[in-house]
Design a protein around this ligand. Structure first.
Ligand code: NAD
Ligand code: MG
Length: 399
């Protein structure tokens, strides 16, 4: 076989998506080679990954963790070079020898490296939805101008991408709407009035998916779905009125596309992130992912709930903010994302209650006016302004 090895930089390698990515890569040594791995500060985990995959580079965002990692790798006799700081993430994302970048850092912290990969025309496997929600049009322009190949890794967006025609210029004319499915998370049946008592441990226990803490809290508030609606808006270019959400607790259908003739095309599978990861890595080919296949004989049922039923609007008030932010001036989605990142952290730190996450988001949207940031610097300034306002509002609510 003479297929060239695809050289991959996995940014956020020690997280839930990073670990699943390396699991898929390890199944195909004839196709993929790990060029770089990165983590914020988990030395042990990154050291073990370096031992297994022997990358050319390892990046630690935290400087002292980087020194510790370098000493550890030297003691193993590894050639891997250790780099430190956020700028090293950008260097890896645009490195001329890198073919593909897995963007699996959590939060807006991943934006700069995503933009760098886009501008450098990489195959960009985008798990980091916050980067797209913040970057919006600016990010999509960088993808177009850099000639990057953007492959969504979020399971819903991978499902939509797989259900759409190959040629994006046909989407607007052929597609009626996109329907994102949502599990409803751990509190789908919970009395809205009791959400104030939810603890971080309860909020991160998702019924169907094992994920990082931030996205798990977002799934419990359904802010994750709000971010995904915004993500879909930018990825697929349809207006917000053509993006719908339906609750589907079993997470078997990962999302759907409804065409002009009412025909619906969906993608199904077991809830295992290795499926969209393998799809992104191998596209347009298909390779083994390690996931269990669906067993239709054992599938008891698939059910669906409208957002307007069962008190969902009251239980998940944050979801509607997606459409509001998309209809507001450009940059509003960045404000919403910053507020939510700060609010979720404050909740995980025990500073605010679960139901107050939404109140911080609302207060921040009210306090900060977005006005179409045109450059990365303007965007980062808006992000910082929104974080300050959200921090202020969380402190006021703090018990
Ligand atoms: P996680 O918390 O498990 O891992 C995050 C990774 O990013 C870790 O490697 C961590 O070291 C690194 N990191 C954290 N903060 C950083 C910073 N400030 N600078 C540099 N690196 C940093 O998160 P996850 O669940 O793997 O999610 C990663 C991204 O993928 C998120 O944007 C999430 O929304 C998205 N996503 C995750 C899933 C899932 O199943 N976990 C599904 C869809 C989308
Ligand atoms: Mg998702």
């Amino acid at each position: 076989m003479n297929r060239p090895l695809q050289r991959v930089a996995v940014l956020g390698a020690t997280g839930s998506i990073g670990v699943n990515t390396l699991d898929v890569i390890a199944r195909h040594p004839d196709r993929f080679e790990v060029f770089a791995l990165s983590a914020a500060r988990s030395v042990d985990k990154l050291a073990r990954q370096c031992e297994q995959f022997k990358p050319r580079y390892a990046v630690m965002t935290d400087e002292s963790a980087a020194r510790e990692l370098a000493a550890r790798l030297a003691s193993y006799g590894l050639q891997t070079r250790v780099l430190a700081g956020p700028s090293a993430l950008v260097d890896m994302a645009e490195h001329p020898e890198v073919d593909s970048v897995m963007a699996a850092i959590v939060g807006a912290a991943g934006l700069a490296s995503c933009l760098a990969a886009a501008r450098a025309g990489k195959r960009l496997l985008l798990a980091n939805k916050e980067a797209l929600v913040v970057g919006g049009e600016l990010f999509m322009r960088a993808v177009r101008e850099g000639g990057a190949r953007l492959l969504p890794i979020d399971s819903e967006h991978s499902a939509i991408f797989q259900s759409l025609p190959e040629d994006p210029s046909t989407w607007d004319a052929r597609v009626e709407k996109i329907i994102l499915t949502a599990s409803g998370g751990p509190f789908r049946r919970r009395d809205p009035a009791s959400l104030r008592e939810v603890t971080p441990e309860q909020a991160v226990a998702h019924p169907n998916w094992v994920m990082g803490r931030k996205i798990s809290v977002d799934s419990a508030t359904m802010m994750n779905k709000a971010l995904e609606v915004i993500e879909a808006r930018f990825l697929f270019g349809l207006g917000p009125e053509r993006l719908e959400v339906v609750i589907h607790p079993q997470s078997v259908i990962h999302s759907m596309v409804q065409y002009r003739d009412t025909s619906v095309v969906a993608q199904l599978g077991t809830p295992d992130m290795r499926v969209p990861i393998a799809y992104g890595l191998a596209w347009p080919e298909r390779v083994a992912s390690g996931a269990q296949a669906l067993d239709f004989r054992a599938l008891a049922d698939m059910s669906f709930e409208a957002l307007d039923a069962h008190g969902h609007r009251e239980r998940f008030p944050g979801l509607a903010l997606a459409w509001e932010a998309l209809r507001a001036p450009g940059g509003t989605t960045a404000v919403l994302n910053a507020a939510n990142e700060v609010a979720v952290q404050a909740f995980l730190d025990g500073a605010i209650r679960f139901d107050q996450i939404h109140h911080v988001n609302l207060a921040t949207l009210e306090a900060v006016t977005a006005s179409n940031p045109a450059t990365l610097d303007e965007l980062l300034a808006l992000d910082a302004q929104a974080r300050a306002a959200a921090g202020e509002s969380a402190r006021r609510m703090s018990h």
